[in-house]
Ligand binder design. Structure first.
Ligand SMILES: Nc1ncnc2c1ncn2[C@@H]1O[C@H](COP(=O)(O)OP(=O)(O)OP(=O)(O)O)[C@@H](O)[C@H]1O
Length: 410
């Protein structure tokens, strides 16, 4: 199956699907490329096409070894496509799903690569806004680095910004992926470079632990934890690495490191973690608080099994059927009462492998978990039916505090 994309490109074979469209293996005048063909409903949105063209220069100018380069933007009839470097390998989510958690040396090396890519982007005034393992590609043809890690490249730059437009956004809605959302976004501030650092630190925690620091349960509960809870230490993690994580997961954006500093500090830590086996931690149980249960009870009735993880659609209208992933669902921003429910603390406390579970009624917890996951599925279906479309508003957001991090895109 081949199809022409504009006058210069041919798409040969589907590499994968995401919430915004389909990625194809293709061919252009300069050789093989990856072509991200946006969904038809997005491609027919004149406002989005306009922004696409507007952002062209910024997207095309980002040229760095740790960023998947965008070569061309094609607007042709019903086709709207980004032509990118072809990365022969896999994405970090696939690798993490396979390994469950990674040895610290490989995790640190991969995250240092991504931090390098972010540093270049931030210096150019571009904030990624959707840093997560799905958007990190591992180049299997590149040389093996520390811990046997392949070079890592960050992809999907600018896509969140393209999709997030005033008409599509409302004050109470959020765009992003809940597990990786910085607290200031949840509080309605415009996304600055520091949101990418928070998301990347979350990715590092996830590579080490096998789960994200504030994930689990209903997406609304995840948002609340980002704002109100502190990260729980990982058993066996070297102190210096832990301090770095804590600093980059700080609630205050100004307290986080810049991307270039993060990359440098991580590389300094490589000798310390060299040869360390993966951390020996068990995935913790999630005990929902009363506020979470109330939130979960307000979710629509489920009609289908739930996705594995809760998240918000990067693209309004996206549904599980759009993707071979389960990273996108929808939600509303939790209200003040729900956010206040964090006083009790529900962040998942990692347990050393084999350690006794915290003294809770196990069957009650698992029944609750079942209800939470079903609730998420209901929300996903509601989104698919057009009941809820959620995107972050920067237009109605309160003025931001002075940003001490790298510049942001205009
Ligand atoms: N430049 C590329 N080279 C090779 N494969 C790619 C490239 N970009 C994306 N892919 C692959 O295509 C698939 C879909 O990517 P896409 O970016 O559309 O979705 P995603 O990032 O997984 O999810 P979402 O966009 O919904 O967050 C992924 O499996 C990814 O590995």
């Amino acid at each position: 199956m081949t199809r022409k994309i504009g006058s210069r490109y041919t798409a040969h074979q589907i590499l994968g699907r995401g919430s915004a469209g389909t990625v194809w293996l293709g061919e252009g005048p300069e050789g093989p490329v990856a072509i991200k063909l946006l969904r038809e409903d997005l491609a027919s949105d004149q406002e989005l096409v306009g922004r696409f063209v507007q952002e062209r220069t910024a997207l095309l100018s980002l040229d760095h070894a740790r960023v998947v380069g965008v070569h061309d933007l094609v607007v042709d009839g019903n086709d709207l496509a980004l032509v990118m470097d072809l990365v022969r390998g896999t994405d970090l989510r696939t690798r993490l799903d396979r390994e469950r958690r990674m040895a610290p040396e490989a995790a640190v090396a991969i995250v240092a690569d991504v931090a390098d890519g972010l540093a270049a982007a931030h210096a150019a005034g571009i904030v990624h806004r959707d840093v997560k393992p799905e958007n990190v590609l591992l180049d299997m043809q590149g040389p093996l680095g520390p811990g046997g890690a392949h070079p890592a490249l960050l992809t999907d730059f600018g896509v969140a910004k393209l999709i997030d437009s005033p008409r599509r956004t409302r004050a109470t809605k959020i765009i992003g992926t809940p597990d990786y959302l910085a607290p200031e976004i949840i509080e309605g501030l415009p996304p600055r470079a520091a949101v990418d650092i928070y998301a990347l630190a979350t990715v590092l925690y996830e590579l080490l632990a096998g789960f994200t620091p504030f994930g689990g349960g209903h997406p609304g509960a995840v948002l609340r934890r980002h704002v109100t809870e502190t990260v729980v230490p990982l058993p066996g993690i070297p102190e210096e690495l832990w301090q770095l994580l804590v600093q980059c997961l700080a609630k205050a954006p100004a307290s986080r490191l810049r991307a270039s500093e993060l990359a440098a500090r991580l590389r300094e830590l490589l000798p310390l973690v060299a040869g360390m086996p993966p951390l020996d931690v068990d995935e913790p149980d999630t005990e929902p608080s009363q506020a979470e249960e109330a939130y979960e009870d307000s979710a629509p009735e489920p009609r289908e099994p739930s996705p594995r993880r809760g998240a918000v659609p990067l693209v309004p209208g996206s549904a599980p059927a759009d993707s071979n992933r389960d990273t996108h669902t929808s939600m509303r921003v939790p209200g003040p009462d729900e956010l206040a429910g964090g006083a009790r603390g529900t962040a998942r406390a990692p347990r050393a492998a084999g350690a006794a579970r915290p003294g809770s009624a196990k069957h009650r917890a698992s029944a609750r978990r079942r209800r939470i996951t079903l609730g998420v599925a209901g929300v996903v279906l509601a989104a698919a039916a057009g009941v809820g479309v959620y995107a972050a508003s920067s237009s109605d957001a309160p003025p931001s505090a002075p940003d001490t991090s790298s510049p942001v895109s205009p």
